[in-house]
Write a protein that binds this ligand. Structure first.
Ligand code: HEM
Length: 436
């Protein structure tokens, strides 16, 4: 099946393929690449629980290699992937992760104060600013803004170079060409500058491990050792730091923008959320975030490349085939989610889906490393927004369309909402969203 439609109208295209072909169909994004898409939760389960040596994920992310480098957990497979994953996981869970809560709240409150009042605006850029600052501070731990900007500025510029599909495409088309107008040349120069700064920082921290740092992710990764006592090398560390910055900010910003876009257009849900928050009940906000990630998954699919033939759903797939569990289509199955197009967080409280039926963070040994961190941050930012502003939309505003950005399905108009400042007299609405 031709897949130009996937580039232009991705969600309509996927819906049409599913309707015509059912739970399995093949896309050809380029002449030499085939991807078998599946919307069958049984197949998803087999892919996520299958042998990682048979189902490689790293190869599927190869277009990011020039930015991330070969030592990135996103690009590795097999034993090396597991080694990196184990070293990276601890800062993203439990108490260590919760230590970043204060920073998240401070950044969110400051950025939300900048929102206009009394008119509609696109909230996505503000969410990108919040999540980028949060991940930078969680990773580097610089409290000193001047130091943060010295390393953050160049890093921001290389992340920006891969922030949209046209930019990624321009880099792929000019890769290795150093003509004066080549986007690749500009990118390579930016990367060199960022790498110089990162390697200098790695050297400084290795010389003085205690230094002025504490629980930031950088310091934790420097100190981490695998069971054989082996640390991450300088270049592995550089690649993982860039990976965390890239994987951690655009995805979370887009998920936050969708949450506000949905809430602004669903006053009944918003009202119930405010009441639940006032009662100190966290479960409804949790359900709102789950329902947003169901209906508007930020990453529409994940890909695994077969290293040997495999049977799936009655199909014999050869070695080299790419299998893509479609997060987007699984989340719209009416047999799992009755009235799938309705935004109904209650469904997660009444009849929660199974492990392989709600998969916004992928699954198995490749499941998103930052899933808990992302949901934790989303809760803090949404609560800060509800406390300070009365969220709404232009009257009669329609649901925003979906557009493909670099790796995400994002709101086509940047998630346009209204967020009027709450006057002290009318603070009842906002005061109900407590800070926790
Ligand atoms: C709402 C926000 C996010 C979404 C929707 C998301 C989604 C995903 C998805 C779908 C995958 C691929 C999983 C698979 O192949 O099965 C993934 C992998 C990954 N994510 Fe996230 N992510 C989010 C936030 C974050 C954050 C905050 C971080 C870190 C700071 C992060 C770090 C990673 C890493 C390192 C991987 C690679 C894991 C591996 O290959 O073992 N993500 N994410």
């Amino acid at each position: 099946m031709m897949s130009a439609g996937f580039m232009l109208v991705p969600t309509r295209f996927l819906d049409a393929c599913h309707e015509r072909c059912g739970d399995y169909f093949t896309l050809r994004p380029t002449a030499d690449r085939e991807i078998v898409v599946t919307a069958d939760p049984e197949a998803v389960k087999r892919v996520f629980t299958g042998d990682p040596d048979l189902l490689h994920a790293g190869e599927g992310n190869i277009t990011l290699a020039p930015l991330l480098g070969p030592g990135s957990v996103l690009l590795l497979d097999g034993a090396e992937h597991l080694r990196h994953r184990r070293l990276l996981l601890p800062p993203f869970h439990g108490e260590r992760m919760r230590a970043y809560g204060e920073t998240m709240e401070e950044v969110a409150e400051r950025r939300i104060r900048e929102w206009p009042s009394g008119r509609c605006f696109a909230v996505l850029p503000s969410m990108q600013a919040i999540t980028l600052e949060v991940i930078m501070r969680a990773v580097f731990g610089f409290e000193d803004a001047e130091r943060r900007d010295r390393i953050g500025g160049p890093l921001r510029r290389i992340l920006d170079a891969v922030a949209s599909r046209p930019r990624v495409l321009a880099l792929a088309l000019t890769a290795g060409r150093n003509g004066p107008l080549s986007p690749w040349r500009r990118f390579a120069a930016l990367r060199e500058r960022a790498d110089e700064l990162l390697y200098a920082e790695i050297a400084a921290r290795r010389r003085d491990p205690g230094g002025e740092h504490g629980d930031d992710i950088f310091s934790l990764l420097l100190a981490a050792r695998d069971p054989d006592g082996r640390p991450l090398s300088d270049s592995e560390l550089r690649d993982e730091l860039i990976t965390l910055l890239l994987a951690g900010h655009e995805t979370t910003a887009t998920a936050l923008a969708w949450t506000l876009e949905r809430l602004a257009r669903a006053p009944r849900v918003l009202d119930r959320l405010l009441s639940a928050e006032a009662a100190g009940d966290d479960s409804y906000l949790d359900a709102v975030i789950k329902e947003t990630l169901r209906l508007r998954p930020v990453v529409p699919a994940v890909v695994r490349r077969l290293q040997a033939p495999m049977e799936l759903g009655g199909w014999e797939l050869p070695a080299g085939a790419n299998i893509a569990p479609s997060i987007y289509l699984v989340h719209r199955r009416p047999d799992i989610y009755p009235r799938p197009l309705a935004f109904r967080p209650e469904r997660f409280l009444e009849d929660p889906p199974g492990t392989y039926e709600w998969i916004p963070f992928g699954g198995g040994v490749r499941r998103c490393l930052g899933a808990s961190f992302a949901v934790f941050e989303m809760k803090i930012v949404i609560r800060a927004a509800l406390r300070a502003r009365r969220i709404g939309a232009r009257s009669g505003a329609r649901p925003e369309g979906v557009t493909r950005r670099a790796i995400t399905f994002a709101p086509a108009r940047g998630a346009r909402i209204r967020a009027d400042r709450v006057s002290p007299a009318g603070a009842g609405h906002a005061a109900r969203a407590q800070s926790r």
